[in-house]
Design a protein around this ligand. Structure first.
Ligand code: TMP
Length: 235
């Protein structure tokens, strides 16, 4: 299937229409931003690595009964996906305090939370993606109560599946961000799951294997992304 028109360009991906209305082609870029676009850079081959990691994790989730937009890999940087309409929500799940939650609640980064936490943010660059609750999401007409319940339950299920899987690979899943889209009557997991959208710490050393290396100028950014891919695909 060929790319037709660019329908969306985000910070890390481009989405194209195809001759079939039901499918989009998603292309992963090397561009990286942080702090709502204030910090800009490139991570060499990130697009290639994130395309493969996302494909791998979507397949893992599908095998475990989670419906996703993923159809198949097309090339190094491209995957075929179902043409969902993305809900303007960032769904964040956290197992361990880090990043903005550690700051907000005065916790030390690395403190285990007594139960997983789910947060919703309203995807809106102008407003810098403010955190919202279910009532805000319903008031904005983003999703119904039923859809929000499905998203919550699905996100916690995904957390269990990914946490157990990463642990087998010697990686702690600290937190991650999901996006969902509607496809007819269905809600599908969409966007990507990669070191751009997860915090992943080596279980032995605590070393960060994710985008915090870029956000915080920790060095060895490319190596960290490659390491995650290597661990996922090794038997
Ligand atoms: P935070 O601690 O900065 O709120 O980030 C929580 C998780 O969400 C972390 O794994 C990184 C991910 N994330 C994104 O994927 N996109 C974003 O725009 C932000 C702010 C966080």
């Amino acid at each position: 299937m060929d790319k037709l028109n660019l329908v969306y360009e985000g910070k890390a991906k481009k989405v194209y229409s195809t001759e079939d209305k039901s499918y989009f082609i998603m292309e992963f870029k090397d561009d990286a931003t942080a702090f709502n676009g204030q910090k800009k850079g490139k991570i060499r081959d990130k697009g290639i690595v994130n395309n493969r990691i996302s494909a791998f994790l979507f397949e893992l989730l599908e095998k475990n009964g989670i419906k996703t937009h993923f159809v198949k890999l097309l090339s190094e940087r491209e995957m075929l996906v179902k043409a969902v309409r993305i809900l303007p929500l960032e769904v964040i799940v956290r197992n361990i305090a880090a990043g903005s939650l550690a700051k907000k609640l005065g916790l030390n980064e690395g403190e285990k939370l007594q139960r997983p936490v789910l947060e919703l943010c309203y995807k809106n660059d102008k407003l810098q993606d403010p955190m919202i609750n279910n009532f805000h999401a319903m008031a904005l007409g983003i999703a119904t109560q039923e859809q929000l319940k499905f998203i919550e339950e699905t996100s916690f299920k995904i957390n269990k599946i990914l946490q157990a899987f990463f642990m087998q690979k010697g990686i702690i899943l600290v937190d991650f961000k999901l996006e969902y889209g509607t496809f007819g009557d269905e809600i599908l997991l969409a966007d990507e799951i990669s070191p751009d959208t997860c915090r992943l710490w080596d279980a032995g050393t605590g070393e960060k294997l994710d985008k915090d290396r870029f956000r915080r100028d920790l060095g060895k950014v490319e190596e960290a992304y490659q390491e995650v891919l290597k661990r996922l695909i090794e038997k």
